[in-house]
Design a protein around this ligand. Structure first.
Ligand SMILES: N[C@@H](CCC(=O)N[C@@H](CS)C(=O)NCC(=O)O)C(=O)O
Length: 200
C-alpha cells in the first residue's frame, strides 16, 4: 500500500491523478505545509527533508521529488504501461523528460517569474521560451510527450500547462493548449480532483 503525503491544490494533487491512472493501492495522508502567503507550517508527520509535498511511502520506503516518485510508481506498478520499463527503447526519453521537468522546466518558469535572466552556459536550465520550444518539438507529432502513449511524464507536464494556461509566464502555443486539455480531460484527472480536498 502506497501512502501519499498530500496537501490540497499542490504538486501532490497530480500524484492522486497518477495513482488513479496506475490502479495502484494507495491511501492519502493529508499534511500541513508552509504556504506562499506565509501561513501554514511543516507537518511533523511529513518525511520530506524540507516538509514539502509530494512524498510517498511504500511500506516505509520513502520517495520524494516529483520525477523520482513518478519513476518509482511506474516501475512499481507497470500493469497500465504508464512508463517505459528497463530495456524498452523509450526508457531513455522517459528518464530524460522526467528529469527535465524539475531540472529545466520549473527553473525556467521560476526565472521568468522572478524577472531573472538565465545565465547562458552556467545555469543548468534555459529561458522559458527555449524550454517550451523543446517541449513543443517533443509534442509533434504527439499526441503525448513520448509519442503514442500517455505516460507519467504527461501527468507532470500536462497538469502544469493546464494550470499555467492563462498565465503570462507561459508562451502561447495551440499545440501545448491542446495537449494540456487532452491530459486533464482524462477520467483519472477528474477522480483526482474530487479526492483532492476530501478531508482525509
Ligand atoms: N521539487 C519538488 C517541489 C515540491 C514543492 O515545492 N512543493 C510545494 C507544494 S506545491 C511545497 O511543498 N511547498 C511547501 C514548502 O516549500 O515548504 C517536487 O517537484 O516534488
Amino acid at each position: 500500500m502506497i501512502t501519499l503525503f498530500h496537501h490540497p491544490q499542490s504538486r501532490s494533487t497530480r500524484f492522486i491523478f497518477l495513482l488513479e491512472e496506475l490502479g495502484a493501492p494507495y491511501r492519502i495522508q493529508r499534511v500541513t505545509m508552509r504556504r506562499s502567503d506565509g501561513t501554514g507550517a511543516i507537518d511533523p508527520d511529513n518525511p520530506h527533508p524540507h516538509g514539502k509535498v509530494p512524498v510517498i511511502s511504500d511500506e516505509g520506503v520513502i520517495v520524494f521529488e516529483s520525477p523520482a516518485i513518478a519513476l518509482y510508481l511506474t516501475d512499481r506498478f507497470p500493469k497500465n504501461h504508464l512508463g517505459p520499463q528497463v530495456g524498452d527503447p523509450g526508457r531513455g526519453a522517459y528518464l530524460s523528460w522526467l528529469s527535465y521537468y524539475t531540472g529545466v522546466l520549473e527553473p525556467a518558469f521560476m526565472s521568468r517569474f522572478m524577472h531573472m535572466d538565465v545565465p547562458r552556459g552556467s545555469a543548468g536550465w534555459v529561458a522559458v521560451e527555449e524550454a517550451m520550444a523543446a517541449v513543443v518539438k517533443m509534442l509533434s507529432p504527439g499526441p503525448y510527450l513520448l509519442g503514442e502513449h500517455f505516460s507519467a511524464a504527461d501527468v507532470l507536464y500536462g497538469t502544469t500547462f493546464a494550470m499555467f494556461a492563462q498565465s503570462p509566464l507561459m508562451p502561447k502555443s495551440a499545440a501545448v493548449e491542446d495537449y494540456a486539455n487532452r491530459v486533464v480531460s482524462r477520467p483519472a484527472f477528474a477522480r483526482a480532483q474530487s479526492l483532492d480536498d476530501d478531508g482525509q
